[in-house]
Design a binder for this molecule. Structure first.
Ligand code: MRU
Length: 348
């Protein structure tokens, strides 16, 4: 596949939302175009677009479509239509807090004006601004995070926290990109990330695309690679970070973090401030449960018998004591997290 320099995961073009269909990667690079917010909701639900920041921006673009789709002639009716669309978009995926963040920010914008035409314009502009800011935030976070990585590091990552999980550049992979751009030689070990293979399909694809040395491992080889000194740092993204420093991320992150602690390997998380949820407690967070067929098969091929039970949580929670540092666009927070996250938010 030839290299496309400015690949954007999700974009607003001519009053439509354009996305890379991530379900088709790495075999085909296909762009899909939507002019109905219900299509955007389906795309989020079916992982056409996925990754916390990317679904936050997609939700915002979905509401911008809803504003264009609405026939309302009064502010009150337009806000009613937006609330209806917001509910449908919000219910697509429960764990990543960025979705609620993106939707709330657009609703706030919509509420700030009186004329219906002005609201439509403002909402579209705000969603586009959020998409541009996402790239800037990732680049800043990348630079800050790159200071924590050294020449000749081999860095493990889990799932996909790259350009494809954001508008562009990436959170955890943004740090990896920035480390390489700073002139340091690095290698990456990407876990496959069963069951939907975001690691092999997306992370390995992106890193190869960017000329970064990447080796793929089965999820079951995390312990082996750590025990055999093949990894010296870990970095992952996040779908939700609580004020206590509990990190919700792709299923398996907790296992990687536990294994890293066992082998005294630093474990970092990279996420923008929009991924922090300062209100919830660990037990309040809904872990998305996905369909069993993701586990009983790989793609269209069945790998398990019919008639068995399946447990398929999409995310898990990594407790703060396993985390060496959390990289944000405003700096790196370290233990004790309750205190350092509070300070971070007070200062920003
Ligand atoms: O189910 P997904 O693919 O949406 O899950 C994505 C992840 O867990 C990512 O690691 C996370 O969103 C961080 S992305 C910058």
């Amino acid at each position: 596949m030839s290299k496309i320099p400015s690949l954007k995961t999700v974009e607003w073009k001519d009053n439509k939302v354009v996305m890379i269909d991530q379900t088709k990667l790495p075999n085909e690079l296909v762009f899909v175009e939507y002019d109905d917010y219900n299509q955007v909701a389906d795309a989020i639900r079916n992982l056409v677009v996925r990754g916390a920041p990317a679904i936050g921006i997609s939700g915002a673009f979905g509401l911008a479509l809803a504003a264009l789709q609405s026939n309302a002639s009064t502010k009150e009716n337009l806000l009613e239509d937006l609330e209806k669309a917001k509910k449908i978009l919000f219910e697509t995926r429960p764990t990543a807090v960025n979705l609620a963040w993106g939707l709330e920010r657009i609703m706030k914008t919509a509420n700030s004006e009186d004329s219906v035409e002005q609201i439509r314009k403002l909402v579209i502009n705000e969603a586009k601004k959020m998409a541009d800011q996402d790239i800037e935030i990732n680049k800043t976070m990348g630079k800050i995070g790159s200071e924590l990585f050294d020449n000749n590091d081999t860095i493990m990552t889990h799932c996909n926290a790259g350009a494809l999980a954001t508008v562009a550049y990436g959170t955890a992979l943004g740090v990896i990109r920035a480390t390489k751009e700073s002139g340091k030689k690095i290698k990456v070990i990407a876990t496959e990330t069963r069951p939907v293979q975001q690691g092999s399909r997306l992370t390995a694809f992106e890193l190869k695309y960017d000329g970064i040395d990447v080796s793929l491992i089965p999820d079951t080889a995390v312990g082996y690679t750590m025990a055999n000194n093949l990894v010296n740092k870990v970095i992952v993204g996040a779908d939700r970070i609580l004020r206590t420093g509990h990190v919700f991320n792709k299923i398996g992150t907790y296992q990687v973090a536990t294994m890293a602690k066992q082998h005294k390997i630093p474990f970092y998380v990279a996420a923008p401030l929009s991924t922090f949820d300062m209100k919830s407690n660990p037990e309040d967070v809904i872990i998305e449960m996905r369909k069993g067929s993701e586990v009983t098969g790989i793609g269209d091929k069945k790998t398990a018998p019919d008639g068995i039970g399946v447990i398929n949580p999409a995310f898990d929670m990594t407790p703060p004591e396993l985390i060496t540092g959390i990289i944000t666009e405003k700096g790196v927070v370290k233990p004790s997290y309750e205190e350092s996250i509070k300070k971070l938010f007070e200062a920003n």
